[in-house]
Design a protein around this ligand. Structure first.
Ligand code: SF4
Length: 333
């Protein structure tokens, strides 16, 4: 039986690409790459996620963690960034190269992806698709079942591994053909297009870019922290994250490294803070002032608050007045 590896995003197009190829009697193994920028939470629920994909869409999915090469590539993507900090072309190159390198281990003879020509402004133009193929070492190897009829035949089509006649010629941004195809496969509940990648979120992208500008290396733990709550880059190099609500306080606690300081107010409710890279006493004092600022206000007006810093067994307490707004505006990230 012919085996195909599919580059799988979990979106409708990749689901359909798998199903179109599987309908030719080809066994499709879907590879879903994850990084802290997209899909990372799936790693913690891999078994149930795979089961859900199997039951809901009839697709065999496996997760592949590409965090390390991704974090490095993001610093200087050869093809640049999109509108935000999204390196879409190099992202696709990295994911395709990863899948190509896995083919031999699975005995796969072809590689497929769910791209549709002209659907996204930058990464799905014909010239860009060619660059992605070339730079990932997938020239002639990658079949795009949803738009294959608008592209030159691939090696797999020429060799008869897959029947080109049964592939499709979708083009452009419209979703109607995909929805009709989904209905034919009996697929009714599917994720909406876009979303899922934090690098296209203007605020998060800006924060991540600003963090990259000052830190090397950047780690998975750093990105996980950057995605929760409000953030401040303190004047002496410290980085402070604070929860905006209870759920974020909880999530932040899951991001604490042994070298970080956890911060809470001693005698009133307030945000949980996580302080990373702080070395100078000034940053501790300012972090205390910020946590005090976002804590619950009392009847007594702006009096000094007790702020507790904890790192493992180590604790220190500072007394701080809530910082006044203009002081910290430029530290926001
Ligand atoms: S939106 Fe994000 S996941 Fe999608 S191609 Fe661009 S960088 Fe990659």
């Amino acid at each position: 039986m012919t085996i195909a590896l599919a580059l799988f995003s979990g979106g409708l197009d990749s689901i359909l690409a798998c199903r179109v190829v599987a309908s030719q009697g080809i066994r499709v193994i879907a590879v879903q790459c994850v990084s802290p920028f997209f899909g990372y939470e799936l790693l913690a629920q891999e078994t149930s996620y795979r089961e859900k994909m199997r039951q809901q869409y009839g697709i065999e999915v496996m997760l592949c963690d590409v965090s390390e090469p991704y974090l490095t590539m993001l610093r200087q993507p050869p093809h640049g960034y999109g509108k935000n900090f999204n390196p879409c072309i190099d992202c696709k190159i990295l994911l395709m190269r990863t899948a190509r390198e896995m083919m031999a281990a699975y005995g796969a003879e072809l590689l497929i992806s769910g791209e549709v020509l002209g659907q996204r402004p930058m990464s799905q133009r014909l010239d860009t698709l060619r660059i992605i193929e070339r730079d990932s070492g997938c020239e002639g190897l990658l079949v795009r079942p949803l738009c294959a009829k608008g592209l030159s035949p691939t090696k797999a089509e020429l060799e008869g591994l897959i029947d080109r006649e049964q592939l499709l010629g979708f083009r452009g941004r419209g979703r109607q053909p995909q929805m009709e195809l989904a209905a034919r496969f009996g697929i009714t509940d599917y994720p909406s297009p876009a979303g899922g990648c934090v690098l296209t979120d203007p605020l998060l992208a800006q924060r991540i870019a600003s963090f990259y500008a000052e830190h090397d290396p950047v780690t998975v733990a750093d990105i996980r922290l950057l995605l929760v709550g409000r953030h401040f880059r303190l004047p002496h190099g410290g980085w402070l994250a604070m929860g905006r609500r209870e759920a974020e306080n909880e999530r932040l606690l899951g991001c604490v490294l042994p070298t970080d300081w956890e911060i809470v107010l001693v005698d009133r409710p307030g945000p949980t803070g996580v302080l990373r890279f702080a070395e100078q006493p000034e940053d501790f004092a300012l972090a205390a002032g910020l946590v005090a600022r976002y804590g619950k206000k009392g009847e007594e007006g702006p009096t000094a608050r007790r702020v507790l810093f904890a790192r493992g067994e180590e604790t220190r307490e500072l007394s701080a007045l809530p910082l006044a707004e203009p002081t910290y505006e430029s530290w926001r990230r």
